[in-house]
Design a protein around this ligand. Sequence first.
Ligand code: KG4
Ligand code: ZN
Length: 360
Amino acid sequence: MPFLSTAPPGGRDGQPQITPLNILGIESSCDETAAAVVADGRRILSSVVASQIEVHHRYGGVVPELASRAHIEAMVPVVREALRHSGIAAENIQGVAVTQGPGLVGCLLVGFCFAKAFAYARGLPWVGVDHLAGHLSSVLLSDDPPDFPYVALLASGGHTGVYYVQSPLQAELLGQTRDDAAGEAYDKVAKMLGLGYPGGAVIDQLASRGNADSIAFTRPYLEKDRFDFSFSGLKTAVHRYLQTHPDAIQTQQADVAAAFQAAVVDVLIHKLLHAAAIKKCSKAAVVGGVAANTGLRRRLHADAARRGIQVYIPDISLCGDNAAMIAATGFHLLKSGSTSTIDTDVYSRNTRPETLRTRV
Ligand code: KG4
Ligand code: ZN
């Protein structure tokens, strides 16, 4: 059964467009190979993520060449698994959405080439999706998604920024990190504490046993009324503390983790709630890998409630990289008439960070 778009005719010959309903999403921008099937841009039929943590753990970070190779090995089995779990036949996929960037080019190309081949072999429309737009859409996949507009903090291993989100395809970047991303700072501090890679979840756990007030790390607010972040100074402060207190790794590991986390969480929450106030917005979302942080979730719920702001955080499975968020954004793109073509290429950086609309 064809699903007719409610959008105005946009096909080359002016015919009404067929709206894709079941979208296959593909994500391979960094160290997770992911595929998902999402219906109507809202309902997750399947979401499969193959993590490469074991490949990169011993190197203390993602090794791009190894990541690309691991994507090549995992791509076909992961897509097959996503189709099987979805309960629908491949013939009932109406469109393909794939992460176009930003990310590691070799990694992106694996997903991108697969998606192109899959779409062309089946005569399906397909579209490249901005990874950050995907993260921002991850809250739309919950049972109780926010209405537009909402302010959103996107905090992951590669990005940290605050956005004013007006639609699934339109988000205004209010400010972003000038150096390290929040997740990157977590990973680097974890390395200093001898906790391995990736470090976010480990520090989070350790922090729950430490005393956050035992060490006073300065909060890097920068201008308190602006939305830019900087985490490299905080990382250096932790490094200096560990140098001047050589026993701290043995005797104070949990306290260092707790004090570091408290500083990060204070800044992230301050900027997000300030954005809500400036934009007169009563809804605030947190997305990206760092949104899994238990300290951040707890504090944000409490602080936002005091200001009458409703908080939206995706399920943990949708905080880190996944393909369901890519399929959700792709659904809206395809519905609006945006498609990619055989010569469309990936991009490594968000070249025009002022808005995500540029990639739509
Ligand atoms: O969104 P994501 O999976 O990948 C990127 O797009 O970067 O985010 C990964 C990041 C890593 O830096 C990881 O340490 C961090 O998210 N992370 C956390 C937690 N779980 C993952 N950071 C703080 N607390 C956590 N519980
Ligand atoms: Zn991500």
